[in-house]
Design a protein around this ligand. Structure first.
Ligand SMILES: [Zn+2]
Length: 321
């Protein structure tokens, strides 16, 4: 959030890396802790409220959140079947048609608000960086990223304006090595899904900046190969609506960034919020960094439990940093 002047929160409990401060002074970034407000500051008394680091949502499609849950079959073997079902609903389902008619800027804003209410201040968006995202969003969106949607949608529409999902090899090649490259991969539990990692490898696109989204069908051997390259995994935690995300848990690109234990820990952190905010409102759950350039500073679950504000009726303050 942009403030015209520096802001100081006083009478606060500010969780920092090493301690709990009683005040924080910031503008577009943190200026200091435990310092008196300076002349001209906007001063806000938090009455003892908590200020926690903003979370990073490692994967979202910001223009799609306003649809709510779109339940189809109980279970899908591959995302392709879900997409085929959705293809029909896009033209036939009145609720979906109404949802599509909203201006893109409003759809994106809803996605931003959803994240903000979940404590997220930075989002790794997957799909084009729409011009509308340059303004009015209440969160930061990662700007430097490469993307393709998936093998399935390489030549088919994936973006809000019908932008194609993109040729994976071509898109990867135009993504600088230090920039994360997002792609849905192995999103299913069938042979087609199992074949996608070898396909990606054959194209030479499994590299350190590759961020695999889903990866459900990747087996242990596959994860070893992923780990060797240093690529990253971003796996949605919930197997909601029968979406084929209920594959084996627990194999990650490396022990710290993508282990099942880490993913479960993230989930617990993220699900713990004020009453009335169900997990499914927080769709982009794990609050891990996308790729190598954006890492989340997580509050450990044990620490979160100690914060009454997160369990009561009032959310703590959230801080962008
Ligand atoms: Zn995605």
């Amino acid at each position: 959030m942009i403030w015209a002047r520096a802001v100081t929160f006083v009478n606060a409990r500010v969780v920092t890396r090493d301690q709990t401060a009683t005040s924080i002074r910031f503008s577009s970034r943190v200026l200091s802790f435990d310092e008196r407000p300076k002349q001209g500051d906007t001063v806000v008394d938090l009455g003892g409220g908590f200020v926690l680091p903003g979370l990073v949502n490692a994967h979202d499609h910001l223009e799609l959140n306003h649809y709510g849950r779109l339940k189809g079959r109980e279970r899908y073997e591959n995302a392709s079947a879900w997409i085929a079902d959705m293809g029909q609903r896009l033209s036939c389902d009145p609720a979906v048609r109404v949802g599509r008619a909203y201006p893109l800027i409003e759809r994106l804003f809803i996605g931003g608000i959803k994240n903000l209410l979940a404590g997220v201040t930075t989002v790794a968006h997957h799909n084009p960086f729409y011009p509308e995202m340059r303004r009015t969003l209440p969160i930061r969106v990662v700007r430097r990223y490469g993307w393709a949607h998936s093998f399935l949608l390489e030549t088919r529409p994936a973006g809000a304006r019908g932008e194609p999902g993109g040729d994976i090899a071509a898109r990867w090649q135009t993504t600088p090595p230090a920039t994360p490259f997002f792609v849905h991969l192995a999103e299913g539990v069938d042979d087609e899904a199992r074949g996608e990692l070898p396909k990606l490898e054959a194209l030479g696109c499994l590299k350190p900046n590759t961020v695999i989204v889903h990866g459900v069908a990747i087996d242990e051997n596959g994860w070893r190969r992923v780990a060797r390259t240093g690529a990253a995994l971003r796996r949605p935690a919930s197997a909601q609506d029968g979406h084929p995300q209920d594959g084996p848990e627990g194999h990650g690109a490396d022990g710290e960034r993508a282990s099942g234990a880490r993913a479960r820990r993230d989930r617990r952190v993220f699900c713990r919020g004020p009453p009335g905010r169900g997990r499914h409102h927080l769709d982009p759950e794990p609050v891990r960094a996308a790729g190598h350039a954006h890492r989340a500073d997580l509050v450990e679950p044990a620490e979160v439990r100690d914060y009454p504000d997160l369990q009561g009726d009032r959310p703590g303050g959230w801080l962008t940093r």
